[in-house]
Write a protein that binds this ligand. Structure first.
Ligand code: MN
Length: 299
């Protein structure tokens, strides 16, 4: 199932943007580990006020499934370790490789995932979750059991006045017309309702069918088609009066500085790494932005 959540770039924010100060715990920065990759971002744009709060963690594209045992161990280590030292955790979509509806919690594996997430919140750290294209059917029941708050996509976070757009990122891949058409097709409330009304085994079969089909299609697509469109990114930042965007989905981790003009590249786009080879996450703290990896610290 490779289609995405029922959102558009222009939706109103149903939640007020939480202020980082409200997550203040007076904790010291404890997250340790070596920096992975060359994704250090410009500190002037990404650092938080010193002494105000602990680090904020962002991650996406874990694609958890029972077949992925190493990845699952990384996730458990993340939940028991760095996540509990943070001021807040934001998961920007595709936590799961597929989500057939909240009755997927009937499977012990997914119950365990919900329990691990709930443990973060129980330790006093709020966890926020955005839908990805693979798990846009995550609903309130899962959110309740995992003690997470579902966020709309896009979602604007105010980092002491620096507006930051959080998004899974698939809605910005506007050069992929096929994908956007499928996204629009699947994400109407009626289709979602019809799909969720089907028996579990049938939903599983349909999801598998579309996953295979989209993987076959992806092989014939160019690099630019499956990346975000720069105009879509610029329009989204402009619409939300934001200077920074954090997203996943494209599996092309990097930090970009750009526009509004060639001489004024004050805007920043941070692309999160996926969990194909480890447990990477972005840490935004008083020392700036960096990519850490749970495999280097906790396993
Ligand atoms: Mn995705």
């Amino acid at each position: 199932m490779n289609f995405s959540p029922p959102t558009t770039l222009g939706i109103e924010q149903p939640h007020p943007s939480p202020r980082f100060a409200s997550f203040s715990k007076g904790k010291e920065l404890k997250a340790a580990g070596s920096c992975r990759g060359a994704s250090e971002a410009d500190e002037s744009l990404t650092s938080l006020d010193e002494g105000e709060i602990g680090p904020i963690l962002f991650l996406s594209d874990l694609h958890l499934s029972p077949q992925q045992s190493l990845l699952t161990r990384c996730f458990e280590a993340f939940c028991a370790g760095p996540a509990r030292q943070a001021a807040a955790v934001y998961i920007l979509g595709d936590l799961f490789d597929y989500w057939l509806g909240d009755d997927q919690l009937r499977e012990p594996y997914y119950q365990a995932v919900a329990r691990h997430l709930a443990g973060i919140e129980t330790a006093g750290v709020p966890v926020f979750l955005q839908h990805g294209n693979r798990d846009f059917l995550i609903g309130e029941r899962f959110a309740r059991e995992a003690h997470v708050t579902l966020l709309p996509d896009p979602y604007v976070l105010d980092l002491h006045g620096a507006q930051t757009v959080l998004t899974h990122g698939d809605a910005l891949c506007t050069d992929d017309a096929d994908y956007q058409a499928a996204r629009r097709f699947w994400r109407t409330p009626t289709r979602i309702r019809q799909y969720l009304a089907l028996p579990y085994f049938l939903r599983r079969w349909i999801a598998g069918h579309f996953r295979r089909r989209s993987m076959n299609k992806a092989q014939g697509k160019s690099v630019y088609q499956t990346d975000v469109n720069q105009d879509a990114v610029a329009a989204c930042l402009l619409e939300h009066n934001a200077t920074r965007m954090i997203h996943g989905h494209t599996h092309r981790p990097n930090t970009y500085h750009f526009g509004p003009s060639k001489h004024e590249d004050k805007r920043e786009r941070i692309v999160l790494p996926d969990w194909r080879t480890g447990g990477p996450y972005l840490e935004l703290s008083k020392t700036g932005a960096r990519i850490l990896d749970v495999t280097a610290q906790e396993l």
